[in-house]
Design a binder for this molecule. Sequence first.
Ligand code: CDP
Ligand code: MG
Length: 796
Amino acid sequence: QNQQNQFNHQNQQNQFNHQNQQNQFNHQNQFNHQNQNQNQFNQQNQFQFNHQNQQNQFNKFNPNTFIQNPNLSFKRKTYSARYYELKKKRENLPIFAHKEEILQKIKENKVIILCGETGCGKTTQVPQFLIDGGYHLTGKQIACTQPRRVAALNVANRVSQEMDVVLGEEVGYTIRFEDKTSSKTIIRYLTDGMLLREAMFDHSLSKYSVIIIDEAHERTLSTDILLGLLKQLINKRQDLKIIIMSATLESEKFKQFFIDPPVLEISGRMFPVEILYSQVPEEDYFESAIRTVMQIHIYEQPGDILLFLTGEEEIEEACKRIKKNASQLQGDLCGKLRVLPLYSALPPDVQQKVFDDPPNHIRIQHNTKREILSHEKTRNLGEKVEQKEEKEKSNEDEEKILYSRKVVIATNIAETSITIDGIVYVVDPGFSKQKVYNPRNRVESLLITPISKASANQRTGRAGRTKPGKCYRIYTKQGYEELQDQNNPEILCSNLSSVVLTLLKLQVEDLVHFDYMDPPPPETLMRALESLNYLGALDSDGKLTSLGNLMSEYPLDPTLSKMVIASSRHNCAREILSLAAMLSVPSPFFCPKEKTQQANDTHFEFHHESGDHITLLNIFHEWKSRNSNTDWAYDSYLNFRSLKNAENIRKQLSDIMIRQNFKITHTSIHHPDYYKNIQKCLVEGFFMQVAHLESSGKYMIIKDKQPVEIHPSSFLQEKPNWVLYNEFILTSKNYIRTCTKIEGEWLIEIASHYYDLSNFPKGSVKRELEKLYLRKAFRNKSFISSNQNQNQNQNQ
Ligand code: CDP
Ligand code: MG
C-alpha cells in the first residue's frame, strides 16, 4: 500500500510539473478567479460572527472573578498594561462566547469534542477557561498536547502573557529534551510525544485533571496512540476529563471512536477569500512562489503575505531571494518588505518576531504601484531603510526601521497550529514534506509531496482572518481536484519501532487488538516487532526484555538507545553519549551559499578517515574544548544552536545512564582501540543499517538488495567494503547519509543473530559473510587447538 502511495504522489507531482509560462509581470491574467462560491459561503460566516459579537457584550470576561476567589491566589491584584491589552483581544475571539457552554459540557461529560476554525481561540483559551472552572483546584494540572514543538512553546509563551505570569511558572511547556515547568505549573502545553512518554512512567496520567488533545485532525502517530490509551483510561479514572480539539470539521471519526460524546462547533470568523489558480501547471513551484510574492508586494493593496514552503532550506533560500528582489525594486515604490522565516528549528526569539515587531520597527502606509507613481519621496525613505538594515543587526535599536508589508515564509506549521494576524495574501505552492515508510526495507523518509485538499483549504483560510483576502494557488484548478481529500494518518506511514516499545512499556500486550482509530498495516507492526527482537528489546514471545525496559527510558529511537546502553560495555560511553546527542539535533554544518568552498574547507578540518560519525564527535569535542564559544562556531561555519542543544541532550542522556547504574566508561584517545571501540558500539545499534560494496563498485543495502549511494556530503574519502549509515534518503537517487566505515567481522561478532546465514538471501554479501564465518571458525579452532597443545604440554 505504501509503495502504491508513493507512486500516486509521484504521479501527482508530475501534474504540477508541466510547462511553465514565463509571463512574469502580468499575474492578474495568470490566475482564474474562482471565488464566487467561496464568497457566498463566507458571507454567511461573517453574519454569524457579527451575531456572536453582540452576544459577547452580555458575556464579558471579568478579571475580578479571579481576584475574589482566594483559591486562585496565583492571580495578582494588579495587572500589567499588556494584560489588559491582551484581555481585550481575548474577549473578541469567537470562542469567548462559548465559554460557559464549554464548561457546562465538560462538567457533564467525560469526553467532549471541540471543533472550530483555526484562530478562533481553542488552544490559548480553553485551558484558561478550565482554570476559571476550577479544574486545577484538586492540585492536578491541565495538559494540552500539540503535534509540534514550536506550537507548544509558542502557545505557552502567549498564554503566560495573557495570564500575566512568568513562562515556566503557572504556565509552562514540555518538549523533548526541554521542560519549562515548575511545581507551580497548572497549565502545561506539551508535545503529544511527551505526554505519551509520561504515560509510560505513570500509566494513569495521574497528575492531570483534564487532558486536551489539540490538533487531533493532524492524526500524528503519538496522538493516535494517546487517543487509544485515553479511551481505556477514562474507565479507570472517574475524575479525568478529555477534550478533543480539532480545526476541521472531520469530527465524525472521533465521535464514533469515543462512542458519541457531545460535539461543540465554534463557528469561526472568516472573511471571504478569493482563490486564484495558475492557468497552466508550474514547472518550478519555488520560482513561481517567489515571483508571486513580489507581484503581490508591488501590485496589491496593503496586507501581509504568508508563503508556504516545505522546509528550512527552501525557506531560508526564499528569504534571501525575496529580500534581494525587494531591495532591487526599481524606484522602490511600495515601501520596505519585511521578510520573516518560520520553521521549527528556529530559536524561539526569532519565531516570536512573526508575532511581535521589535519596538523600533514601525509600519508605514503601503502604497500599491498605481498610487505610488506620484509619491517619489517614499522611494528615498525605502532605500535608506534598506541600507540601514543591511549594515548590522546590532545597530537596530538606534534608528527606526520602517516597513510597509511583511511576508512570513513558513512550513505547514502555519497551517493550523499557529495563527498570525494581519495575513491577507496566502501563496500556496501545494507541497509539504510528508512521512513515507516502506516496511520492507524499514526506510522512513520525508518526501516533498502534494498536500491534501483539506490542507489546501486550511491554507486558504489563513488569508481571511482579519479582512477579505486572496489565496494564490501555484497549481491549476484541475491540480486541486486531483489532490487527496485528507492527509494520511501518520500511523499508516511510519516506522512503529518506538511506538511498539512504548506500548509494551505501557503494558499493552495485545498490540494487534489495541484500540487504534486506524489500525496500522500488519506488515509495519510485524517489522517493528522483528527489529525490536533483533535489537534484543523483545523476546521471541514479543515480551519486553530487561534490555527493552532500559531502552524504553531513553527519549531516542530504539537503535540509538541500544547503542547508548552498549557503550558502557565497549568502554566508550563518554563518546557515544556525545554522538547520540549530535545525532538527535539538526545538522551542525552551516553552508552559506556564497561561501560554500570556505565552509567545506573548514568542515574538512574536523574530518576523520572512518567517516561521518567520528567527524561529528570531533566537532562536538572541539566545541567543548573552546568552552562552547559561539563565535568559534560561527567562524567554523557550524550551527551553534545545534551544538548547544546537543550539549543539553547529552546531559539528559547521561543522567538516564547514571540512573540506570551504567558506568560512563571511556578509553584514552591514545589507546589504539579508541576509535575501534566507538565504531563497534555503533554496530550494536545500527547492524540493520549496513551497505556492502559490490564488485560493480556500487553499494547495496544488506538483505534488501537495494542499490544506494553514499551522500555527497559524506566525509568518507574512500569506498570501504562495509558502511554503516544513520539515514536513508529517498530523492531522485537513493542515498545513505552519515556513514561510517566498519569491518565485516564486527557484524558477525556483534549481531550474529541478524547475520544468520541459514536464512540469508543469496548473493555476494552472503558469500562474503560465509568467508568471514569460516575465518572466525578457523581462528577459534586454531585457538582451541593451540590451547589444547598448551594444556597437553602442561600436563606432561
Ligand atoms: O487554537 P486556535 O487556532 O483556535 O486559536 P489560538 O491559537 O488559540 O489563537 C487565538 C488567537 O490568539 C489568534 O487570533 C492568534 O492570532 C492569537 N495569538 C497571537 O497573537 N500570538 C500567539 N503567539 C498565539 C496566538
Ligand atoms: Mg490551535
